[in-house]
Design a protein around this ligand. Structure first.
Ligand SMILES: O=P(O)(O)OC[C@H]1O[C@](O)(COP(=O)(O)O)[C@@H](O)[C@@H]1O
Ligand SMILES: [Mg+2]
Ligand SMILES: [Mg+2]
Length: 338
């Protein structure tokens, strides 16, 4: 076994981009992540964690573990410098510590549909300097984040932390998160894409055209074969792309309620975009940079396309193609052929 390089605690102490309030907050998040990892790994021995217990303010069904995770995070963060807490599971931002200087948005449990089937799930978080009100603290462009991260509860429990200057990966081992990498880079080339293909008929023409051209493989304009993955846990897809490259798409589609896709800007897309950019990748809504979008409400959704920079740029280019080029009747998309 490789000797661990140090713990999350020692990393937080030694990294000058981590202020004391941020270090205390991240330590509390890691404490809950460790607790949740234990709860999740016992599965049904802890009762039915995937049981439906209601719906959140956004209309999503809530599973028991969604609620348990939200309460654990809110409880652990209450004595930290977090002034404003915004969660997928709560209608509005809530004040935790009136003296606090930070605002933290969280998807306490990401990938809820995978709870009962023992597939990787996770937590996503985003940190800003707090402003006077909860609304002002979160309804601002994601580029103003001071840190973001995620946890994957999978075969390994992995904690990813991005600050304005660093991106570090830790793995849980015997009660401590150990540093395993501080130089994650998304590979520059990829032939792997991730999208829920069951929605094909609901997509816009540029998205269909891009996916058609990936599926066409070495007979298509890119001249190479692609592989496809869909885990249905954003954290797991992000971690795969951070590790071996790829492109993820959750576009807008024509289904009722999916006009802005499925994923939430404040506590899913913005933190993932912050991490992906730190790793040299790109994150857009298909056209515009995610980190430049200003949300108008806490639970706002946005289409999300992220991963290997070259591929994400190509999706933007498909949106600029003339209608004739993305028409289903157009068999030989000329513009991208070598
Ligand atoms: O079931 P679909 O439509 O493929 O959506 C899967 C997506 O939904 C999510 O589960 C949404 O997150 P939550 O589980 O936190 O609501 C993402 O993790 C995942 O990428
Ligand atoms: Mg989620
Ligand atoms: Mg969730």
């Amino acid at each position: 076994m490789t000797a661990p390089e140090g713990t999350l605690e020692s990393f937080l102490e030694g990294d000058c981009s981590v202020s004391e309030p941020l270090a205390i907050t991240v330590t509390a998040l890691a404490f809950v992540a460790e607790t949740l990892a234990g709860v999740i790994s016992s599965g049904p021995l802890n009762g039915r964690l995937g049981e439906e217990v209601g719906a959140n303010s956004d209309g999503d069904r809530q599973k028991k573990l969604d609620v348990v995770a939200d309460e654990l995070f809110a409880g652990a963060l209450a004595p930290t410098p977090v002034r404003w807490y915004a969660s997928e599971e709560r209608p509005t931002a809530e004040m935790l510590n009136p003296e606090g200087t930070l605002a933290l948005a969280i998807d306490p449990l990401d990938g809820s549909s995978n709870i009962d089937v023992n597939i990787s799930i996770g937590t996503i978080f985003s940190v800003f300097e707090a402003k006077e009100s909860g609304v002002e603290s979160f309804l601002r462009p994601g580029r103003e984040q001071i840190a973001a991260g995620y946890v994957v509860y999978g075969p390994q429990t992995v904690f990813i932390l991005a600050t304005r200057t660093t991106l570090a990966q830790f793995v849980l081992h015997r009660g401590h998160f150990f540093l395993v990498s501080d130089s994650l880079r998304i590979p520059d080339r990829t032939t792997e894409f991730a999208i829920n293909a069951s929605n094909y008929r609901h997509w816009s023409r540029p998205i269909r055209a891009f996916v058609d051209d990936c599926i066409a493989g070495d007979e298509g304009p890119w001249g190479e074969n692609f592989n496809m993955r869909w885990v249905a846990s954003l954290v797991a897809e992000t971690h795969r792309i951070l590790t071996r490259g790829g492109i993820f798409l959750y576009p807008a589609d024509a289904r009722r309620g999916y006009g802005q896709g499925r994923l939430r800007l404040v506590y899913e897309c913005a933190p993932i975009a912050f991490i992906v950019e730190r790793a040299g990748g790109k994150a857009t809504d298909g056209i515009d940079r995610i980190l430049d979008l200003t949300p108008s409400e806490l639970h706002q959704r946005t289409p999300l396309v992220f991963g290997t920079a070259e591929k994400v740029s190509q999706v933007c280019a498909y949106h600029d193609l003339p209608e004739s080029e993305v028409s289903p009747l157009f068999g030989t998309r000329g513009l991208f052929r070598a």
